[in-house]
Write a protein that binds this ligand. Structure first.
Ligand code: CA
Length: 254
């Protein structure tokens, strides 16, 4: 028997206190149960164009391949995860090709953290240093690994987590969507439980607010935490664009 899942979501993005443009983009596509955060980079509007293209092209690819996501199945289904990876690389090719057409956009790219819920399962495809978190029973879990220079050094035991948070190269990412035609895309999946919350955010949030604080704010404010979290990151300097998407999960027996 498959459980019935009801989702409620909210999302917001903010330019922050220091930047003149917002290069982050997010998407909440309820009909597809698809949620994306993208954090663009590149001069001459490249960052904005890359993140916007990224969310739009991934959503389009998912729509064009909706047959893959329809019907009951045994989870985790590698076809679902594989299609999300294809969607990210489809977007990557589109961004790359756009940069070839307009030389001033050369080198633009974006992170992409993509979440899709199929029946009672959540699937994530991920590139870069935006993050997906799970909040369950009062605990918070980071489900994605950052593809950043400092995170790789933490995983290799060369830096501590605390050193990484203050490192001057903490913003340098090692994988991005659109910088080249294809990229290595991580995937992860999990069965959802009643009361779960999922959070997707850019580094403008997780660089300013601790995991513990993310957890407490969402517990306290629910879906309204998107605004509260942005305010908190801004109160702490807001030196980057800030984006957050929250998903509340209700699971009941069919
Ligand atoms: Ca950022």
């Amino acid at each position: 028997m498959v459980n019935k899942v009801q989702l409620e979501s909210s999302g917001a993005t903010d330019v922050g206190q220091m930047r003149s443009t917002n290069q982050d983009a997010f998407l909440i596509d309820e009909p597809q149960s698809l949620y994306i955060v993208a954090d663009g980079m590149g001069g001459h509007a490249g960052g904005e164009i890359a993140s916007k293209l990224c969310v739009d092209e991934i959503a389009q690819y998912a729509r064009d391949n909706q047959a893959v996501f329809a019907g009951e199945r045994k989870h985790p289904d590698p076809k679902v995860a594989g299609t999300l990876v294809e969607a990210v690389n489809y977007a990557s090719t589109k961004i790359y090709e756009r940069a070839l057409e307009e030389p001033s956009l050369k080198g633009m790219g974006t992170t992409a953290t993509v979440l899709m819920v199929v029946e009672d399962y959540a699937y994530c495809a991920h590139v870069g240093d935006s993050r997906l978190y799970l909040l369950r029973c009062g605990y918070i879990y980071q489900l994605t690994n950052d593809h950043s220079l400092v995170s790789e050094q933490v995983r290799a035991g060369l830096l501590t987590k605390e050193e990484a948070e203050l490192h001057h190269l903490r913003n340098v990412i090692t994988r991005s969507v659109g910088y080249q035609e294809e990229e290595d895309v991580d995937t992860t999946s999990l069965r959802l439980e009643d009361g779960d919350c999922l959070l997707i955010c850019s580094d403008g949030l997780h660089g300013k607010v601790t995991d513990q604080e993310l957890s407490l704010m969402i517990e306290k404010h629910g879906l309204k935490a998107v605004e509260e979290l942005i305010k908190l990151a801004n109160d702490r300097g807001g030196d980057d664009n800030i984006t957050t998407v929250i998903l509340k999960v209700k699971v009941s027996a069919k």
